[in-house]
Design a protein around this ligand. Structure first.
Ligand code: PFF
Length: 468
């Protein structure tokens, strides 16, 4: 990818399209294909999906515009962008903590993300050697159980994924990433479409459709104990909002870091719409492919993080050409995870390499090494450390990292970004950087980023801790 270096601090994406591809590469990943179906299954379907979509629209998209505009104005790593903008706008230097928080969150996410990417990796091989052939629900569960029971296999694939991520990050955002994503995203889309088609033909499609789109608030917002006593719970709303941040890569500076390489003539508004649409479409297609198969094969929708890995292999094992499709699908999933994980470390690496402090390969190696170490605990959560004595509130280390980052840390980061853009910096900065064609559109966005998004996030937090 050719470079147009018109900033002394940062290189820029060669074209507008390149920014879009990288941002879509960051957004579309395990969040869409692994996490969205499993949490939708756990939290009961339609009403959860609706809350998630509302969060994308009213919180995620406005915050994404804010992150991109801050990044493009700052043209530095998120930590220094926040510091410089706070200084230029004469507000508190403490805003740079947003950048620091993002670096920490990125680490934590990568340290479990790479383990799940490792599952996909292992399944590329399983698919290729024909392990899916003729698999039923029980067999699929056993295949997945064998993998997660083995610390050695999990650590091997986790290590390989971290090395892959580190290598690309070491080369810089200008590497082959752009070309790769241009091909892989459409291919992933086509393959998902094939799977949806298969689910229509061979799965319980009507039930899957009802599960995903029938809005039944009672089912989602009440939990019943063993004695049959049901109480209201606000947790699904927190998880739906957290997932809106996670799936769009918001709240930790990943999109801000990418925004810092974005050329000035690109429109932030329309880029955001495209990224959110692509991301949502892929997630909904994953749901449409998976749930009909879950119901047709007597699987449990609330089975947890293994859902995709026990439902799709059954389909691949039964469909014509399934061996090829299955291998290809998990390979594409690894690639989608790869282009996301790169953005997880970009804020940290951009900061370490700023002002020539460290070379990119050195910075990438340091960050990759640390994430690898943290990830060992995530891999062991499924076997050696799966016992109750290693759990907190019934959650393993893996679950805790997954829950804490998506549902608390990213929304907190997003809240700070909304407050900074909406209140701390005055309206001229966002207005000139967004350069929206219509003043009404700007006013609508500005109102959302000042009032709706922050109030929404705070209310959901208060609700979840039982204050409201
Ligand atoms: N958006 C990615 C996914 O859905 O898989 C995960 C992710 C990437 C989250 C980058 C946060 C981030 F900064």
């Amino acid at each position: 990818m050719a470079l147009s270096v018109n900033s002394v601090i940062h290189n820029q994406w060669s074209t507008r399209m390149a920014f879009m591809l990288a941002a879509i590469g960051s957004a579309v990943g395990l969040g869409n294909i692994w996490k969205f179906p499993y949490i939708t299954g756990e939290y009961g379907g339609g009403a959860f999906v609706l809350v998630y979509l509302v969060c994308i629209l009213l919180i995620g998209m406005p915050v994404m515009m804010a992150e991109i505009l801050l990044g493009r104005r700052g043209r530095r790593s998120p930590i220094n962008t926040m510091r410089e903008l706070a200084r230029a706008e004469k507000t508190s230097p403490a805003w740079r903590l947003v950048g620091w928080g993002g670096v920490l969150t990125g680490f934590l996410i990568l340290s479990f993300y790479s383990v799940v990417a490792g599952w996909a990796f292992a399944y590329v091989i399983e698919g290729a050697v024909g392990s899916f052939n003729g698999l039923d629900g029980e067999g699929a569960g056993a295949l997945f159980g064998d993998l997660t029971d083995s610390p050695g296999r999990l650590l091997f694939w986790h290590s390989l994924f971290i090395i892959m991520t580190t290598l690309v990050v070491a080369k810089g955002v200008r590497s082959g990433l752009e070309r790769l994503i241009t091909w892989l995203m459409p291919l992933l889309f086509v393959l998902l479409a094939v799977l949806v088609g298969y689910a229509m033909a061979a799965g319980d499609f009507a039930r899957g459709l009802h599960f995903l789109f029938d809005v039944n608030f009672d089912r989602v917002f009440t939990v019943c104990d063993e004695a049959g006593v049901c109480t209201f719970t606000a947790e699904p709303v927190l998880v739906a909002m957290g997932h809106a941040f996670f799936t769009l890569s918001l709240g930790m500076g990943a999109i801000m870091a990418y925004g810092s390489y974005m050329p000035h003539d690109a429109s932030i508004g329309s880029s955001t719409v495209m990224i959110a649409l692509a991301d949502t479409l892929i997630a909904l297609m994953a749901g449409l492919a998976i749930f009909p198969l879950v119901f047709a094969n007597g699987l449990e929708p609330g089975a947890g993080p293994g859902l995709v890995f026990v439902s799709l292999p059954i389909a691949f094992g039964a469909m014509p050409g399934g061996q090829v499709f299955g291998t290809l699908f998990f390979l594409l999933l690894v690639f989608a995870a790869w282009s996301s994980s790169i953005s997880l470390v970009e804020p940290a690496v951009a900061w370490l390499t700023e002002d020539e402090r460290l070379s990119r390969p050195k910075a990438a190696a340091i960050i990759g090494g640390l994430a690898w170490l943290l990830g060992v605990g995530s891999a062991l959560s499924f076997n050696v450390w799966s016992g109750e004595e290693y759990q907190v509130f019934g959650k393993t280390l893996f679950d805790i990292k997954d829950y804490l980052t998506a549902n608390i840390m990213l929304p907190l980061g997003g809240l700070a970004i909304a407050l900074f853009t909406g209140w701390a910096v005055g309206h001229r900065l966002p207005e000139s950087e967004l350069a929206l064609r219509s003043p009404t559109l700007f006013r609508a966005w500005y109102f959302t980023i000042r009032y709706i998004a922050p109030t929404g996030i705070v209310l959901i937090f208060l609700n979840a801790i039982g204050v409201l």
